[in-house]
Write a protein that binds this ligand. Structure first.
Ligand code: HEC
Length: 129
């Protein structure tokens, strides 16, 4: 292999490794910081009655409806985690009526962790048009 090719190959390998590490980190952080309230899977009939926040699939569908670009969606989520307000909320009004406003997660995670989680959510949940 010639040097430029080798450099490109190494670069791509590093890129892939880093991307999958971010995915794994995002998934672990979500479990630790968000999953106690937001279900990852479609809720069972029983879970429908006991859940305390909208499941993340639905949340991400609403976020992507309003913010299709990844950078915008990630920016929105990373901000909302720390400073939720009814005016900012993109989800259906019924969500806040039923569950109340999401409590600020200030102090529970860093801004960097919030961005990692938001990127992971964008890549894995919700439909985009
Ligand atoms: C203590 C429970 C709780 C935790 C922990 C929690 N959330 Fe929430 N979250 C809620 C509730 C309740 C709502 C629905 C009301 C609202 O939108 O504020 C919500 C809504 C959201 C929304 C939609 C905002 C909107 O209305 O547009 C996003 C995005 C979100 N959460 C992301 C996260 C992420 C990411 C984490 C982990 C860092 C997290 N939440 C942790 C309870 C929680």
């Amino acid at each position: 292999m010639k040097l430029p090719q080798l450099t490109l190959t190494l670069f791509l390998l590093l890129f892939v490794a880093e991307t999958s590490m971010a995915q794994e980190k995002g998934s672990t952080l979500f479990e630790e910081k968000c999953a106690a309230c937001h279900l990852k899977q479609r809720p069972s009939f029983e879970a429908m009655n006991t859940m305390i926040a909208p499941p993340i699939m639905g949340v991400m569908t609403h976020v992507k409806d309003a913010k299709a670009a990844k950078a915008e969606a990630v920016g929105f989520i990373a901000d909302y985690i720390f400073e939720p307000t009814p005016a900012k909320a993109l989800c259906m009004k019924q969500s806040i009526d039923r569950f109340g406003l999401m409590p600020s997660q200030k102090g529970n995670l860093t801004k960097e962790e919030a961005i990692t989680i938001a990127g992971y959510l964008y890549d894995n949940y919700g439909y985009s048009k």
